[in-house]
Design a protein around this ligand. Structure first.
Ligand code: NDP
Length: 285
């Protein structure tokens, strides 16, 4: 058996067209959408991602202001930079990894929850947990979007998510639960991880370890969604958390590159356009 590839690039193309239409709608209503991205200095991956978002946004008519976060930025200075960035934008994204001296929880709480395109503010995480989502982290949204694109029936099926980070694993759990799957969340302390994963009709993977999920983790015919984005210096390419051999067992899978990544970019931009809609009334930029 050979799995069907879920083509993230083709799906991202469809989303690009929808985003362009949303930009036109906003412009017709007199709103020029602006996203601010705070990027930690000296992190090549964060810098490259910020540049690719800026390029993708500006191409579609979403202005992107990038703000450099100095490596030695303290909490007070960070708060000032964030406030300034928010004053000139409808949406704001703080890229990770943060400089080590910053308190991540505090950073998440400082973001204006109505501009929080990454869905990291406790208010947005709470709304998602209550089943009233406002801003949902784009990677988790991308995984659900790709899953739905398969047309596979979801209600009542078993899902397993490997990873419990606030930015991928936990929001994916909430999204799958809202679609009426029965969801198990696994992590580094899970006993018999391959055995638990093999129960899944839908397997969502967000670990950060290249090719860790091998065919023995996968139920024949399952849909496998891979958020993994692990840079390999030798290959000069990224690798997923899922081993390519999984293709022999799964029914569907998202490739890396070309799966979750490009869809995440478009859904993040969509979150920014949504922030512009939310913030349009009474807003002078
Ligand atoms: P985190 O490091 O925040 O979380 C990793 C999770 O994996 C943790 O819950 C951890 O468990 C679990 N884990 C680690 N090792 C094991 C193991 N051996 N067995 C079982 N579980 C394990 O990572 P993120 O969620 O931020 O990112 C995960 C992956 O997704 C990365 O490759 C990242 O690059 C990628 N990513 C991709 C994005 C995209 O747009 N494509 C965006 C964001 C992330 P525990 O909680 O017990 O420590």
């Amino acid at each position: 058996m050979s799995a069907r590839i879920i083509d993230g690039r083709a799906i991202a193309k469809e989303l690009r067209a929808l985003n362009s239409a949303k930009v036109e709608e906003l412009k017709a209503a007199g709103v020029e959408p602006v996203l601010a991205i705070l990027t930690p200095e000296g992190d090549p991956a964060a810098g490259a991602y910020a540049r690719s978002l800026a390029k993708a946004g500006t191409k579609r008519g979403l202005a992107v202001n990038t703000v450099n976060l100095p490596a030695d930025v303290n909490q007070e200075r960070f708060a000032e930079l964030l406030k300034d960035a928010e004053a000139g934008a409808h949406g704001v994204l703080v890229m990770r990894p943060l400089p080590a001296q910053l308190d991540e929880d505090l950073v998440d709480s400082l973001v204006d929850p109505t501009k929080d395109v990454d869905g990291v503010h406790p208010e947005n995480a709470g709304l998602l947990a209550l089943g009233r989502p406002r801003f949902v982290p784009a990677t988790a949204r991308a995984m659900l979007h790709l899953l739905k694109s398969t047309g596979v029936a979801l209600v009542g099926r078993r899902a397993v998510v490997i990873g419990r980070s606030p930015i991928v694993g936990k929001p994916l759990f909430q999204l799958l639960l809202a679609e009426h799957l029965t969801v198990t969340v696994c992590h580094s302390r899970t006993v018999d991880l391959p055995g638990v994963a093999r129960e899944a009709d839908v397997l969502g993977v967000a670990i950060g370890r290249a090719h860790m999920v091998t065919p023995d983790y996968v139920k024949p015919g399952a849909v496998v969604l891979d958020a993994g984005f692990n840079w390999n210096d030798e290959l000069e390419s990224e690798q997923g958390d899922v081993h390519p051999d999984v293709e022999r067992v799964a029914g569907w899978f998202t490739p890396v590159p070309g799966g979750v990544g490009p869809v995440t970019t478009q859904l993040l931009l969509e979150n920014a356009l949504r922030a512009a809609q939310i913030n349009r009334q009474g807003y002078e930029l």
